[in-house]
Design a protein around this ligand. Structure first.
Ligand SMILES: Cc1cc2nc3c(=O)[nH]c(=O)nc-3n(C[C@H](O)[C@H](O)[C@H](O)COP(=O)(O)OP(=O)(O)OC[C@H]3O[C@@H](n4cnc5c(N)ncnc54)[C@H](O)[C@@H]3O)c2cc1C
Length: 470
């Protein structure tokens, strides 16, 4: 019988939580193994999440610009047409390159990459089943769970993979839907909806709450809804989906809006109402790993340790925003804790981005949260229409909103709706990390002309000394 392989750390899942943790473990001199059931590493993020969605958002934005905006810049392109197969092939190529890079990264760091379905076989043992019926047991002084999440289908909306789909299939349609219905006005619905709208579909987003992107600062969410509506997205807010039936090439969706029953006919329905932790088949119960009975999330302490001292968990599997950078930060912190170092994540400074156009990027408290906590605050805002660079680009939509603690001038939150918000937010995350004041931001010299000047102006506005607004 082959000898059981022993590791310092076994990581289950090679998504942004797991593979980053594996590299950090190797840097700290731990003998690490990283197991994934999928042949392509990188998890949801690289394969069916962040990366393919952004590749399609970028491609579809170019298409939209070429059709609608180039002429205003004096560029005549002639008839612009769509080659969807080429667009999808490019997306696949981007995913392929990045997932291969993860494999090289792990192998380069001498992490053992093991393919197969993993299950806990004890506090220090993992069973791995490969696709061809074989299985092996490996042992680890510590085990890190990073198995991520899966999409949820509410009752009456079961995925069929063809007409009623999750984001995975909606990022790979072979033809542009005529009418795409989307259940859920969160960031996935808004991003995937934007892709297909730009490529020519009618898109209706159904949201049961009165606001899209419900976690956003209300002023931003309303601003985003107005802009996306102008672009052509149709919103049905305060509307519940009761069920959906597939007939032929169409989907009949039953709705209820303020007590009235209604219907929507579409040819594809994307269900994007949320994701749940992927714990099925992991053997958590038998191993004694406790989960939250309401959410299914694995319960961990501030060191990412579960109820079993040798087993740790990070990423979408545990509480907090389901975001790739949050998973990676936790992966690093958890491994540092396992190695006896003081690893931690500052949950007050985790940015969130929606890659619509214009983009949305936020960090820290919203105005609603500040009010709820009774913190005395003031707000500074500045529109991108006042930024020279935005004018050059022809991007006048959106604004920056800075929320500041009145007494101390400390920044509490920054919320950006505008061009390249995703890149601009990094400065604000750093500001929050360093406990910066609005004066720090206002006195920081920003290059001219840049979008970030709007950030500086908003900080000045919070201090009632904005230069460009009266
Ligand atoms: C459409 C979409 C767009 C997104 N866009 C963004 C974005 O722009 N920015 C952002 O920050 N986040 C985005 N996300 C969220 C992001 O993808 C997740 O937060 C992130 O992937 C979570 O990382 P993770 O490591 O916890 O898990 P995952 O990435 O889900 O990785 C888990 C891995 O574990 C493996 N696994 C599971 N069970 C087992 C098992 N029993 N044995 C072996 N292997 C197993 C899986 O195969 C998978 O590879 C998006 C998600 C979606 C769906």
């Amino acid at each position: 019988m082959a000898e059981t392989e022993r590791y310092d750390l076994i990581i289950i899942g090679a998504g942004p939580g797991g593979y980053v943790a594996a590299v950090r473990a190797a840097q700290l001199g731990l003998k690490a193994a990283c197991i994934d059931k999928m042949p392509r590493l990188g998890g949801v993020c690289l394969n069916v999440g962040c990366i393919p969605s952004k590749a399609l958002l970028d491609s579809s934005e170019y298409y939209h610009l070429a059709r609608e905006h180039f002429a205003a810049h004096g560029i005549r392109t002639g008839a612009v047409s769509l080659d969807l197969a080429a667009m999808m092939a490019r997306k696949e190529q981007v995913v392929h390159e990045l997932t291969e890079n993860v494999r090289k990264l792990l192998e380069g760091n001498r992490v053992a990459v093991i393919g197969g379905l993993a299950r806990l076989a004890g506090p220090d043992r993992v069973e791995v089943k490969d696709g061809s019926g074989g299985s092996q047991i490996i042992e680890g002084k510590a085990i890190l769970l990073a198995t991520g999440s899966e999409p949820v289908a509410p009752p009456g909306l079961a995925f069929d993979g063809e007409r009623i789909v999750s984001s995975t299939e909606a990022l790979s349609f072979r033809e542009v839907p005529q009418h795409l219905g989307i259940v859920g006005g969160g960031y996935i619905g808004l991003e995937v909806g934007s892709v297909w709208l730009r490529l020519g579909a009618t898109v209706t987003i159904i949201e049961m709450l009165p606001q899209i992107a419900s976690l956003l600062d209300g002023q931003l969410a309303r601003g985003l809804e107005r802009i996306l509506t102008r672009q052509g997205l149709r919103f049905r807010l305060r509307t519940r989906v009761r069920g959906a039936e597939v007939s032929g090439n169409g989907v009949h969706v039953s709705l209820e809006s303020e007590g009235r029953e209604e219907a929507l006919e579409c040819d594809r329905l994307l269900v994007a109402v949320g994701r749940r932790p992927l714990t099925r088949g992991l053997g958590l119960e038998e191993a004694g790993v406790k989960t939250d009975p309401r959410t299914g999330q694995v319960l961990v302490d501030e060191r990412y340790q579960t109820s079993v001292p040798t087993i740790y968990a990070v990423g979408d599997l545990i509480a907090g925003p389901m975001l790739a950078h949050k998973a990676s930060a936790e992966g690093i912190a958890a491994v540092e804790c396992i190695a006896g170092l003081p690893g931690e994540v500052n949950y007050d400074a985790i940015p969130a981005v929606i890659y619509t156009w214009p983009e949305v990027a936020t960090v820290g408290l919203t105005e609603e949260q500040v009010k709820e906590r009774g913190i005395p605050y003031c707000v500074g805002t500045y529109p991108f229409s006042g930024a020279g660079r935005a004018r050059c680009m022809g991007e006048k939509d959106g604004f920056v909103k800075v929320i500041v603690q009145t007494k101390t001038d400390r920044l509490l939150g920054v919320h950006i709706l505008g061009p390249r918000a995703s890149d601009m937010i990094a400065e604000c995350v750093l500001a929050l990390e360093f406990g910066a004041s609005s004066e720090d931001l206002a006195r920081t010299v920003h290059g001219h002309p840049t979008f970030a000047e709007a950030l500086q102006e908003a900080a000045m506005a919070a201090r009632k000394c904005a230069i460009y607004s009266s």
